[in-house]
Write a protein that binds this ligand. Sequence first.
Ligand SMILES: NC(=O)C1=CN([C@@H]2O[C@H](COP(=O)(O)OP(=O)(O)OC[C@H]3O[C@@H](n4cnc5c(N)ncnc54)[C@H](O)[C@@H]3O)[C@@H](O)[C@H]2O)C=CC1
Ligand SMILES: NCCCC(=O)O
Length: 507
Amino acid sequence: MASGLSSRVISRNITRTIRGPWNFVAGKRCLPVDSSGSMKVIEPASGELLCGVPISGTEEVNRAVGVAKGVFATWSKLSGREGGEKLLRAGQIIRENLEDISRLEVQDTGKPIWEARLDITSCPDALEYYGGLAPCIVGQHVPLPGGSFAMVQKEPLGVIGGVGAWNFPMQTCIWKVAPALACGNTFVYKPSQFTPVTAVTLGEVLADAGVPDGVYNVVQGEGQTGAYLCEHPDVAKLSFTGSVPTGTKVMTAGAQDIKSVTLELGGKSPLIIFPDADVKNAVKATLMANFLSQGQVCSNGTRVFVHRSIAAEFLKQLVTATEKLKIGDPFAEDTTVGATIHEDHARKVLSYVDSARQEGATVLCGGERVLLKGKLAGGWYLSPAVLTDCRDDMKVVQEEVFGSVASVLEFDTEEEAVKRANDTKFGLAGAVFTKDIQRGHRVANAIEAGTVWINTYNLYPTEVPFGGYKQSGIGRENGLTAVDYFTQTRTIYVEMGDVDCGLLYQD
Ligand SMILES: NC(=O)C1=CN([C@@H]2O[C@H](COP(=O)(O)OP(=O)(O)OC[C@H]3O[C@@H](n4cnc5c(N)ncnc54)[C@H](O)[C@@H]3O)[C@@H](O)[C@H]2O)C=CC1
Ligand SMILES: NCCCC(=O)O
């Protein structure tokens, strides 16, 4: 049998409860060799201690990078099919353990279980896409005059240093690791200090799938550990997801050694709804664009531009739908709004609602802490907010809130909507709702953003590139495009005749 795909893969190694050790180096969970204290990881749902995680120091980062560098020669020399089959198997293992891994993600993030299942399902999607693609990552043969030719080869870069955010912990990690490994690179990943769990689970999955020890490693820590990794001279490329200020630091660190850098940063995306739009679909998309994962989604369409003629009807339907959202235990099947990642972040989200009120916005619903009972009493549950009477110059309309706050703005003309939509330093995403096919494409092409949806929102199939214009980032994840960001090109020129050096050589 050419691949192990039709046989069931038994996972022996997945840890299904929250327990350390929390680093994953050379194929196993381990403690760091040096540490500067321990992080207290809080379970968002309850506000209680989930686990303590040692903060990796320079020696541990050196060790992980050294291990990844050591195995690079072996991993990068596998054929695409040999490496790809292991990624396909890893995808299958995640599918077989989807429920257990989703539950780990809920404990770590506080998001509702139904959402976690979708997020975790996107992980095998990526592993299978890049596992299948790996044998097709090939070069070119370029014929030249006189029978000479060039071979243009796609080569891996070496050790990739990845740093991630806390909103989609395993998905963010796999969006980097799957293409990187498929291209023959090895990896050291530092998860967010708020969500350390499932990056280590991925290590166990890859080990079970037959990926050699050391190809994928995890070092836990805060910003300083991330900085050590980004500054490491043996790290060839940085792949970062997080905020713009940290992205600037990562890019600066990369600049010291001229490292290639991919940045997936923040956003303040526009969602433009024209009068001919299907209002019910526009409302559904506005919910998806604002309230998934407690609004903690970088591509969220938080500036909702609605044509004045339908604004009243749209707002009525949006508020009705928003008030039906069920805030509660993230593990309950009917919960649609879980816990905000931590108290500081929740207070920041609430402060945006306060500032909006002070600047003249009307809060039609939500924007408050909801106290749950019993074990959930310590969690920060916020009711999703819909704001109206907003202006473009308000803080809540200008800045990324990263919480469940939708600002509704009214417009009169297409030209005005596009101009206002583009009046931002960000350019991650956007959307247009209309039944007019010409208008849909015209506006989609005019929005300055890496992804524009027509008549939907916040869908990210692995097959299509994702990333930002302007300060929302550099480079792209997903799709065929990601291969360009995890490879370098070597040209080998082959001369089939005598060397022609013009007048330089006289017989
Ligand atoms: N465009 C995208 O795909 C996404 C963007 N984000 C953005 O991320 C932000 C929220 O996530 P946070 O985790 O709070 O972002 P953050 O920028 O504070 O942290 C992100 C990661 O960077 C690490 N870090 C901090 N300082 C560092 C340094 N000097 N060198 C290397 N690593 C360092 C952190 O420990 C964490 O793992 C939001 O602004 C959001 O828009 C979040 C998710 C996806
Ligand atoms: N899963 C959605 C990608 C965007 C984000 O990470 O926020």
